[in-house]
Design a protein around this ligand. Structure first.
Ligand SMILES: Cc1cc2nc3c(=O)[nH]c(=O)nc-3n(C[C@H](O)[C@H](O)[C@H](O)COP(=O)(O)OP(=O)(O)OC[C@H]3O[C@@H](n4cnc5c(N)ncnc54)[C@H](O)[C@@H]3O)c2cc1C
Length: 408
């Protein structure tokens, strides 16, 4: 049996590990456009000169040899032929499979505005090649313009501020990180970024660009007519699943590759996992999906049913924040706020069930809130303050020292 995995990110590596833990003999091949194994979550550390390239990996140095896995790095898959069970690589070679896993993640969308798509000083921030190019470019330049004030935009801004660059972030939203934080928690971070020299243009849309004779963008124009000078532009606005190579194949995709609960695609013996299926965009979710797909590839029935994927953690300028589920309430929801000079905490309840939490600076009780939101525990019988809820309200320890669930 030959398992082929496309992609050496969180999902692909988790799948390879799982297959090997189940079966010692099956052939495992990973094909990846990456040239080394690295965590995308650590790219900002490399860009900001905090870590060198050898400290970005999330597997031991001998991972491939110790697990008897063949790794074809720096290879692009350009097609999948599901009739004949084989993949086509950019160098025109073919590789056959018995079971295929597609774990190709996401790619940056460069907006069709001005010369963003063609200029030579415009970068995304998804791959090590992006991080390397930005770090190299940053040596000789001063002004960086980042489009997008979401997590990835702020990650790269944080790194470039550490390199003493002048950073301006433009976003159409009225707050930073609108998908991860409410306005209050976002404002705390915005002020921290500003204190560290970052400029923001929120509620602002880019309408055009001005380039020099070298094909580099020197100014970005806003709809208001304002011109922002820049030496480099980083686009962190949107992403799409990396599925172009599936055009012409029978594997169905829309926003992401379509899969069932076993992570099977529309084609026999072809599975998909990780960000490419557009269910959850975080590392832990991609790992779990890789594991589930791998089990099924080995004939072990497994399903991915965990729809609680909305968990975000951030730690800019030493301020930790975690958000879970919803960040803004709907009509009828009950909101609890605990705010003082040192911390901000917010819990959203809907019909006596927790549906969202933001904990900023004091994240001590995050475990219990994750548990309550994920498992949709009814809190109507809890009579104490919401801030005093702990696992002891839901579990007893029996005579054998085992935890036993009790409905409060
Ligand atoms: C800057 C940044 C910061 C992040 N920070 C966090 C964080 O703090 N916490 C968190 O939980 N998540 C974070 N994420 C998200 C996290 O990195 C993803 O959830 C995770 O990497 C998804 O894993 P994946 O295996 O699906 O895809 P990826 O890790 O993106 O791996 C995709 C793989 O597919 C390969 N590939 C793509 N196309 C092809 C092709 N045609 N042929 C061959 N190979 C191909 C790529 O080379 C790569 O090896 C961050 C992401 C970025 C970009």
């Amino acid at each position: 049996m030959k398992h082929v995995i496309i992609g050496s990110g969180a999902a692909g590596i988790a799948a390879a590990k799982t297959i090997r833990s189940i079966n010692k003999n099956n052939e495992i091949t990973i094909v990846s456009s990456d040239d080394i194994i690295y965590s995308r979550c650590m790219l900002h550390k490399y860009t900001g000169n905090e870590r060198d390239i050898t400290k970005l990996s999330f597997v031991p140095d001998d991972f491939f040899s110790a697990n008897n896995i063949t790794w074809h790095n720096s290879k692009y898959v350009t097609g999948v032929d599901t009739e004949n069970n084989r993949i086509l690589l950019h160098d025109k070679t073919l590789s056959s499979y018995d079971q295929l896993l597609i774990a190709t993640g996401l790619e940056t969308i460069i907006p069709n505005v001005g010369e963003l798509k063609t200029a030579t000083n415009v970068y995304g921030f998804r791959n090590l090649t992006d991080a390397k190019a930005i770090r190299e470019k940053a040596i000789d330049i001063e002004k960086v313009l980042i489009i997008g004030a979401r997590l990835v935009g702020l990650d790269v801004a944080h790194a470039l501020l550490k390199l003493n660059k002048t950073v301006t972030i433009v976003d159409t939203a009225s707050q930073i990180m609108p998908l991860n934080l409410d306005a209050v928690a976002a404002d705390v971070y915005q002020k921290l970024f500003e204190k560290n020299g970052c400029n923001f243009r929120l509620n602002s849309k880019i309408s055009g660009t001005i380039s020099n004779e070298k094909g580099e963008i020197t100014h970005v124009t806003l709809e208001t007519g304002e011109k922002l000078a820049c030496d480099m532009v980083i686009v962190a606005t949107g992403v799409q699943s990396s599925v172009k190579f599936l055009d012409g194949s029978k594997i169905v995709y829309e926003r992401g590759i379509k899969v069932d609960q076993h992570l099977r695609t529309s084609c026999k013996n072809v599975y998909a996992a990780g960000s490419v299926i557009a269910i959850g965009g975080v590392w832990s979710c991609a790992v779990r999906q890789g594991e589930v797909a791998a089990k099924n590839m080995c004939g072990i029935d497994a399903t991915f049913t965990d729809t609680f994927t909305a968990k975000n953690a951030m730690h800019f300028f030493d301020l930790p924040t975690i958000s879970l589920g919803l960040t803004t309430p709907a009509d009828g929801d009950v909101v609890y706020i605990n705010k003082n000079a040192n911390c901000y905490q917010k819990i959203i309840l809907r019909n006596n069930h927790a549906v969202g939490a933001i904990l900023q600076n004091n994240i001590n009780y995050i475990g219990i809130w994750q548990y309550l939101i994920k498992n949709q525990i009814n809190l109507s019988n809890i009579k104490k303050s919401i801030w005093d809820i702990s696992f002891a309200d839901f579990y007893d320890i029996d005579e054998k020292g085992q935890y036993k669930y009790k409905q409060p």
